[in-house]
Design a protein around this ligand. Sequence first.
Ligand SMILES: Cc1ncc(C[n+]2csc(CCOP(=O)(O)OP(=O)(O)O)c2C)c(N)n1
Ligand SMILES: [Mg+2]
Length: 551
Amino acid sequence: MKVADWISNFLVENGITHVYQLSGGMTAFLADSMARTSKIEIISLRHEQAAGFAAEGFSRVSGVPSVAMGTSGPGATNLVTAIASSYYDSVPVIFITGQVHQDEIRKNHLQRQNGFQELDIVGMSAGVTKFSQTIQSAAEVSEVFHKALFLSTSGRPGPVLLDVPINIQQEEIADQRITPGEFLETKTTDFADLLSLILNSQRPLVLAGGGIRISKATQQFSNFIEKFQIPVVTSLMGLDSISSDSPLKIGMIGSYGNRWANRALMRSDLLIVLGSRLDIRQTGADIGLFRKDKEIIRIDIDDTEIGGRVESDKPYHSSLNTFFDFMEAIDYKSNPLHLQLLHNALEYSQEHSQANEQPSLNGINPSTLMEMISDMFTNSKGYVVDVGQHQMWAAQSLVLKGNQRFLTSGGLGAMGFSIPASIGAWHASPGKWVTILGDGCAQISMSEFQSLKGIQPNLAIIIMNNHQQGMVAQFQEENLGSRYIGTRSGYSTPNFAKVAEAFGIKSFQASSIDECRRIFGAVNNLEEPVIIEINIPQKAKALPKNAFGDQ
Ligand SMILES: Cc1ncc(C[n+]2csc(CCOP(=O)(O)OP(=O)(O)O)c2C)c(N)n1
Ligand SMILES: [Mg+2]
């Protein structure tokens, strides 16, 4: 068997069904071999970055790995942003790059380049992968692929990169397997002392992070909070770990979080952090203020995070599944007084709604629009959201029902994520998905309109056009004397609806909430990609923008 065929069989045997790619000479054999298995769907996008984001979207939703593939040199570098996005958000994507013939690889690090399109992608991606390796011989293919697959899905998941020289792809290989047990680690399984902390606290609060979805533990999590009756705030990545139907949900914390959620966080005396990295957008820069008057308990499968930005008062290095199992098994009678933060927060939220952050906008209030989108698309699979002000409006005000997902490039914050990620999400879970992006993000990913045309995913794509790169413009307004370099001056937007039309995609334009409602109603019954361009006033801001301690 040739190595290229072995790799294809390996993917099939391990349940990998989707390979996203842009073609190239160094990957043509691999793509051909994968296609010939007839069990792998090869989806070609118009940019390797989009292929990477599509794989990321697929794996986030399915929880199983998918593949993004690019050719050597520029194909490989174009994958790097998606590799980093998958790494920071812990998504198990297998990146495969073709590499030039081994004879063409440079002989040492001092030589700049040897072969055409030769590039050290392993070196470049080392800091943003769990594992990356150039295959050195046909004999090691099996071991390296097994190891990579195991590492991408075990512990805290993440991307791996396998770089396969073209000559090795065509060598003969005997089938061989290895058992990956040797990579397993041991973890905490006893949480009894945490129980006494909960019993002794007055105002406990759970901070739900992205780890809950990654552990496929939303049901276990919901059982846990119901049994313990502890209110919940979420991080951006944890937004879809709890349905808005839950009476225990308060809201999202952070510098762009809901005021009422930040207020609850400030007042809590015991913060139980479940699978959250606690990055600066969640805690603010002043960690002392974040910690003030509370005990912080972190449960995380990644022990490097527990001692990371915010040290845990007591470290629990464990999978969330083990933690929830333990909590499920013990005897516990919930304390109604523990709901005090929840009651206060909900009362406060009545007077300080998101829409009221900017009550006198001329035109569409983005928070009101998000609430209306949630009403109109309650039956959708979820939302895939890009990066900018629109991302914060969506995170603050979308109401996630049932098992609806919220996907965004959280840790990397990569513009251009949403359209390709929606394609992958739709492959993993067919049905209506709602994509929300800004005019800046749309211009980064517009070439994928042609991919949409070919693939025909069921997407309602909402472009929030405020005619600016609003997130940065807001920063310039607040900190740089309203000099809008690159965000308004030297920046412009096309007529997106017309662009969509040129690609043969159905499109709409709206400037009022009523027009939006009518269009969404019509779009709900369609099962094809539709682009809806909505005029948002340039004055609309992402608010509140809190330093921690603000309310
Ligand atoms: C690839 C990339 N480049 C630059 C940035 C910096 N950045 C963050 S938000 C933003 C503006 C996004 O503009 P738009 O899509 O119009 O969204 P808006 O903020 O207007 O809602 C920029 C440039 C980024 N996050 N990612
Ligand atoms: Mg914009």
